[in-house]
Design a protein around this ligand. Structure first.
Ligand code: NAD
Length: 497
């Protein structure tokens, strides 16, 4: 079969990069499976996309928000119709199992519907003026051209988290997806165009850091919304700072599950298996640390290991497979490097620890689900984001100690506690310094209508999803209308009752 070539989407047209270079996208479960070739774009391609977005903004910002929302609603319907195909494309390009890629596409549907609803809300405030015959209100305003730079682990959901709120607020967008997963982003943009998004309002440019850098620095960009590693996020932040851009960063995580001695142990184990090894541990919210009360520690480790050994690893397209490959050779090398670091630090490897490379695994990037027990909180495997199927289990003697261990990492995305004690749960909800907390559920499973994001090296104070996303993609304008027919001076004309 001839290799399919995918283009950039600029000003309503699918066009090749001006530089003429392309890159391959291969299935991480089977390197022989070539999905297609994509544009290795240049900064000049980014410039063309940004120019189209700037032109389109002139009219798009004036389209009534409920009308913008109707287009999003149609887009959500189309994605729902094609959910299965999009999920299969996604499993092929990034490896996670079909059940999870269906979830990823569903999240894009949910977000697009949710933001379609916001077309008729975007509430501001009307407040009494301190002066007679004067009206005071605040309204949301779009900002202009937004850059969206996205990672590979939620290839359709994350672009939707950025593009849907940006559009409903009246902005235009240039998306640069991760080079490991361009097809899912292209599928999403294709649907938006089909649903009626006018030309230039959404543009897509594939490629690497050069394109990302241009999207973070170009003078026409008002907002940079980035999801990815903290290392790259810091660069984006620095690059965008001198132009006073609004920068929204969603970055790494080192999320914890606390298992107290009164927890329903089987439920906690099930949560740790799903939280730790879902998406092969490649979720920003993955439960890569588990802190277990000493009274149930041995029993927990024994059950956790048993359940983990039973996981079926394989090609995510095969129904019944529970853990797919990791996304790339580089990611596999990182996982193996951290397994060696854990062993070197003296942690106890209780299951896994090896690459899988024989038989059906020979052509992919597979790694055994891996658990280290007796990990010390200061070890690198307990501090650094690995982003693979490796979980560190630690021991604690009290809730306070568990929360202290939970908080003692550079990141602050998600945390969870398993306990039947309502008091303990509320203390954890208050004291875990993360953007998301779960009780009796693992660290993953966010829903689109609540804010999503984290503290410390995970984020810079903004939130994705929910109505919080509108705060990223709009700014407030306060408006005063004086209908008194005379000059009234705030704070000065005070005695005129
Ligand atoms: P990454 O930081 O390597 O890349 C993210 C994006 O930035 C990609 O599109 C990449 O091409 C682009 N990029 C690379 N260099 C750039 C530069 N100099 N300027 C601008 N853009 C540049 O991340 P990744 O490997 O794709 O994804 C994994 C990371 O994403 C993990 O750290 C994970 O925790 C994080 N993540 C966070 C969230 C969240 O919401 N907090 C969600 C998913 C993933």
């Amino acid at each position: 079969m001839a290799t399919q070539t995918f283009n950039n989407f600029i000003d309503g047209h699918w066009v090749p990069s001006a530089g003429g270079r392309v890159f391959e996208n291969r299935n991480p479960a089977d390197r022989d499976d070539l999905i297609g070739v994509f544009q290795e774009s240049t900064p000049e391609d980014a410039d063309a996309a940004l120019a189209a977005a700037r032109r389109a903004y002139v009219t798009w910002r004036l389209v009534p928000a409920p009308k913008r929302a109707e287009i999003l609603f149609r887009a959500a319907q189309i994605i729902a119709e094609r959910k299965e195909q999009f999920a299969r494309d996604m499993t092929r390009e990034m490896g996670k199992v079909l059940e999870e890629t269906r979830g990823d596409v569903q999240e894009a549907i949910d977000m697009t519907y949710f933001m379609a609803g916001e077309g008729r809300r975007q509430y501001g405030q009307t407040v009494p003026s301190e002066l007679r015959d004067k009206f005071a209100m605040s309204v949301r305003q779009p900002l202009g051209v937004c850059s969206a730079i996205t990672p590979w682990n939620f290839p359709m959901a994350i672009p939707s988290w950025k593009i849907a709120p940006a559009l409903v607020c009246g902005n235009t967008v240039v998306l640069k997806p991760a080079s490991l997963t361009p097809l899912s982003a292209i599928n999403f943009c294709n649907v938006l165009a089909e649903a009626g998004v006018p030309r230039g309002v959404v543009n897509l440019v594939t490629g690497g850091p050069e394109v990302g850098t241009r999207l973070s620095t170009h003078e026409d960009v008002a907002v940079v919304s980035f999801t990815g590693s903290s290392t790259v996020g810091r660069l984006v932040n620095q690059n965008a700072a001198s132009g006073f851009k609004k920068v929204h960063l969603e970055m790494g995580g080192k999320n914890v599950i606390i298992v107290m001695d009164d927890a329903q142990l089987e439920l906690a184990v099930e949560g740790c298996v799903w939280g730790g090894f879902g998406t092969s541990g490649q979720r920003c919210t993955a439960a890569s640390r588990v802190v277990v009360h000493e009274k149930v520690y041995e029993a927990f480790v024994e059950q956790f290991v048993r359940r983990t050994r039973a996981l079926r690893v394989g090609n995510g397209l095969d129904e019944g497979v529970q853990v797919g490959p990791v996304v790339s050779e580089g990611q596999l090398e990182t996982v193996m490097k951290y397994v060696a670091i854990g062993l070197g630090e003296g942690a106890r490897l209780v299951t896994g620890g090896h690459r899988l490379e024989s038989g059906a695994y020979a052509h992919g990037y597979f790694h055994e689900p891996t658990i280290f027990a007796d990990v010390e909180p200061s070890m690198r495997i307990a501090q650094e984001e690995i982003f693979g199927p490796v979980v560190s289990v630690m021991r604690c003697r009290s809730l306070d100690e568990a929360i202290a261990i939970g908080n003692d990492v550079p990141y602050g995305l998600s945390a969870s506690i398993y306990s039947r004690d309502v008091n303990a749960a509320f203390v954890a909800m208050r004291d875990l310094y993360t953007g998301i907390v779960y009780v009796n559920a693992p660290t993953i499973g966010a829903e689109v209508h609540l804010p999503f994001g984290g503290t410390k090296a995970t984020g810079n104070g903004h939130r994705e999803a929910g109505t919080a996303a509108l705060d990223v993609f709009s700014e407030w304008k306060s408006i005063y209308v004086d209908f008194s027919g005379r000059l009234q001076r705030a704070q000065i004309d005070t005695q005129d009752l």
